[in-house]
Ligand binder design. Structure first.
Ligand code: SAM
Length: 272
């Protein structure tokens, strides 16, 4: 059975959203690579790499003696990554069109990077089992994803936001994914024989006017019409939410509690 298409699609607006998202989360992402020990000469797998924003940076980080494989099911995203790699003359990038469910590598990679992918999977624990097998002994798995999405809130609170957050959460669930996924990742890693070395919340607070504030705002403005079309959000709740959001955003002291994002790092034991 072929996998369901990626919930958010691979058209130009999604490509632009991913690029803008990468800009605001670049420093956190690089900090994760530093903490996981991604270094010169490493062989890295970038799972669900999308158009390859992290793949390109990982390729620079590991240098010509290392290599990065970008695994991605979207044809359009893989073409994009191939074009970027060629334009930037990054010969250490390998692009693999495929699904995580088809990964059958064993003891191949020093590091595996999985950012904003587990939340789209219907069987994230099985995927982690496959990734654990693909790691070399001593290798590390680094994941970043959502937990406790219902905590996402504008403060002071606006009445329509809880319904919007619930509708986003339900739309993920309807597609087989979960915006709570990172609550299970550490357990799945341990069950797959990895040792969890870090569980860290990397999201926090942002205020209107900051680049980070624009990240969830752009997502919601783009996604809400779809929730209405899919019958997950009443049209008048959507309208009230946008009005309340704009009013609150203009008030001094407003802040946004971001949907909690957790970084989990796990290591494969080096063996006897
Ligand atoms: C939100 S994007 C994140 C892209 C990239 N990891 C980043 O952080 O910029 C999610 C990506 O996961 C990919 N994806 C979804 N389901 C997948 C699966 N079963 N196997 C591999 N990749 C998958 C999608 O095609 C999409 O490119």
């Amino acid at each position: 059975m072929s996998p369901a298409p990626y919930l958010l699609g691979d058209d130009d607006p999604e490509l632009q959203r991913l690029a803008a998202q990468h800009e605001v989360w670049r420093a956190v992402t690089e900090e994760g690579w530093r903490r996981a020990g991604v270094a010169d000469g490493d062989n890295v797998l970038d799972v669900g790499c999308g158009p390859g924003l992290t793949t390109v940076e990982l390729a620079r980080r590991v240098g010509p003696d290392g290599s990065v494989t970008g695994l991605e099911p979207s044809e359009r995203f893989t073409y994009h990554l191939e074009a970027c790699a060629a334009e930037l003359a990054l010969e250490n990038i390998r692009v693999l069109r495929g699904d995580i469910a088809d990964l059958d590598d064993e003891a191949t990679f020093d590091h595996i990077h999985v950012r904003w992918v587990l939340c789209f999977l219907d069987e994230p624990a099985a995927a982690i089992g496959r990734l654990a097998r693909a790691l070399k002994p001593g290798g590390r798995l680094l994941t970043l994803d959502y937990f406790n999405y219902h905590a996402f809130a504008l403060a002071p609170r606006i009445p329509a936001m809880a319904a919007v957050v619930r509708a986003v959460f339900d739309s993920w669930a309807a597609s087989g994914g979960s915006l709570d996924v990172q609550g299970q990742t550490a357990t799945a890693c341990e069950q797959a024989g990895l040792r969890v070395t870090e569980i860290e919340q990397v999201s926090g607070i942002t205020r209107p006017g900051e680049a980070l504030f624009g990240w969830p705002e752009a997502f919601l403005r783009g996604y809400l019409p779809r929730l209405v079309d899919d019958g997950l959000l009443p049209w008048d709740t959507c309208r009230d939410f946008l009005e309340q959001w704009d009013r609150r955003k203009a008030e001094p002291g407003t802040f946004l509690y971001l949907p909690p994002l957790l970084r989990v790092i796990a290591e494969k034991p080096a063996g006897p």
